[in-house]
Design a protein around this ligand. Structure first.
Ligand code: ADP
Length: 499
């Protein structure tokens, strides 16, 4: 029987997952790789670690197929987004470590570009904000700070790529230098309306065009990998877009939220690049067969990480899973509201000076109330995102599809459904990111004929219906908003170096 291989290259590990066309996982291999924190706020990976770990896990899965790897019809890639690599086209050697999406070193450059009045143009053309998170200023940093790199770039000797592009380069033995539209749309250099690299943006960021890969669709054959049995590389998307695809959110108005360390909410807005008036990002969801579809995206920094803090910081639970039992031992949070603005607030507030707060504590407050307030805080933050997303898109959601580590928590999902007043649906296959990459590759290689067939593969495991009274929901929402307000602008911007 045919199957499809997904390479899921994440921030802390590389994984290879083999999918049966009916959806089940046939095999999985995972390998962590080192993180480097050379200075406060800096995060790097060795690009060779990214590639070697990804190659190893893929070879391990192929090795277990007893020489039958010709059954693999295609290979799809989903990747940590925005992480930036520059390498020598002749030797394939990186000129510097990969600068990871979390890295804040270009904050000053972003401030400077904002002061020069470039943010509106960037926003209009790319759908993004000027933030160090995105790839463009990371490329510029490498050009400006690594010896001889600018001169070599101008002579056409170097290549830039996000992790998708770096993997394809290595998989094809340096023959193919391509990225896909979803990853390109996270660089600050790509015009999401014309679907091309934008000369004005390249000039603003002072980046030579010769560095850039060719931009291709998310589902087509880009090349083959000699080392991996000549399997066609046939699909690519950034991890969040891949998850939206893997959740089969194909229609405008369908949305998914991933509850990992942070939370990522993406809503399909169809052919329209919806403009956000509330600081959400507009991004390319995918481009398939010459047709581009868009998404609105919002992220919160601290999602499942609240539960880690309950475990490691407060020590009131022994494992993440225990948060559910402890929080379920009380009926409500007893009036406690926890705002986990540990590293500031992300969308839609974007307040780097906010810090965490816990309000409403009384003599009766117990660890269980705090655990419950912790789970509620994840749901409140996702609720704030969805509220502005509804306003920006003019679309009201029918259901929210969920995935990620913390989506195993039934109580969290019930609280989420109650606070949103929208059903929350958890699929049987929770490896949605890898599955999305497999789907994109499988569509290009005829494993699945069309999206309708994929809709039949996606199955709900459990649906959480909202059942909270309106009055209570509104009261809780008001309390949350008041607590959130108190956490804002907490630290003085002049002492903001830790922001
Ligand atoms: P990432 O991809 O960001 O590393 P994962 O999708 O692996 O994240 O999810 C890990 C997060 O999920 C952690 O922050 C952890 O605290 C949280 N988590 C895992 N299991 C549970 C659970 N049963 N209840 C609540 N949170 C959980």
């Amino acid at each position: 029987m045919d199957c499809v291989l997904a390479l899921d290259q994440g921030t802390t590990s590389s994984r290879a997952i083999l999918f049966d066309p009916q959806g089940p996982i046939m095999d999985l291999e995972q390998k962590e790789f080192p993180q480097h924190f050379p200075r406060p706020g800096w995060v790097e990976h060795d690009p060779r670690d990214i590639w070697n770990s990804q190659r190893e896990v893929a070879l391990a899965v192929l090795g277990r197929m007893d020489g039958d790897s010709s059954r693999i019809r295609g290979m799809g890639i989903s990747n940590q987004r925005e992480t930036t690599v520059v390498w020598d086209r002749r030797t394939g050697e990186p000129v510097y470590n990969a600068i990871v999406w979390q890295d804040r070193r270009t904050a000053n450059l972003c401030d400077q570009l904002r002061a020069e009045g470039h943010e509106d143009t960037i926003r209009e053309k790319t759908g993004l904000l000027l933030d160090p998170y995105l790839a463009g200023t990371k490329i510029r940093w490498i050009l400006d700070n690594v010896a001889d790199v600018r001169r070599r770039a101008e002579r056409g000797e170097l290549a830039f790529g996000t992790v998708d592009c770096w993997l394809v380069w290595n998989l094809t033995g340096g023959r193919v230098h391509v990225t896909d539209a979803s990853n390109a749309s996270r660089t600050l250099l790509f015009n999401i309306h014309t679907g091309e690299w934008d000369d004005d943006l390249l000039a603003v960021l002072d980046i030579p065009r010769d560095l850039l890969p060719e931009v291709r669709s998310c589902s087509e054959v880009y090349g083959e990998s000699p080392e991996l049995g000549n399997i066609p590389i046939a699909g690519m998307a950034g991890d969040q877009q891949a998850a939206l695809f893997g959740q089969t959110c194909f229609e405008p108005g369908m949305a998914k939220n991933t509850y990992g360390t942070g939370c990522f909410l993406l809503m399909n807005t169809g052919d329209t690049p919806a403009v956000s008036r509330h600081n959400l990002l507009t991004t390319i969801a995918w481009q398939i067969g010459g047709h581009t579809e868009y998404a609105l995206e919002g992220s919160v920094f601290v999602g499942g990480a609240v539960v880690q803090w309950l475990r490691d910081g407060l020590g009131i639970i022994g494992s993440a899973g225990e948060s559910e039992r402890l929080a379920a031992s009380v009926e409500d949070s007893g009036g406690v509201v926890l705002v986990p603005a540990f590293t500031g607030l992300g969308a839609p507030h974007w307040d780097p000076y906010a810090r965490g707060a816990m309000l409403g504590i009384t003599r009766g407050t117990t660890a269980a109330h705090i655990a419950r307030a912790g789970l509620e805080s994840i749901a409140f933050q996702v609720g704030d995102l969805l509220e502005v997303m509804n306003r920006d898109s003019g679309i009201t959601l029918d259901e929210l599809r969920v995935d990620g580590g913390a989506s195993q928590n039934d109580l969290l999902l019930q609280i989420q459904a109650d606070l949103l007043n929208v059903p929350v649906v958890r699929p049987k296959m929770i490896e949605t990111t890898a599955f999305g990459a497999a789907c994109l590759a499988g569509l290009a290689t005829g494993v699945w004929r069309d999206r309708k067939e994929l809709n039949d593969v996606w199955q709900s495991e459990r649906r959480f219906e909202p059942k909270m009274e309106d009055d209570l929901r509104k009261r809780m929402q008001r309390q949350w908003s008041r607590a959130l307000e108190r956490s804002r602008h907490w630290i003085d911007s002049r002492e903001g170096s830790d922001a």
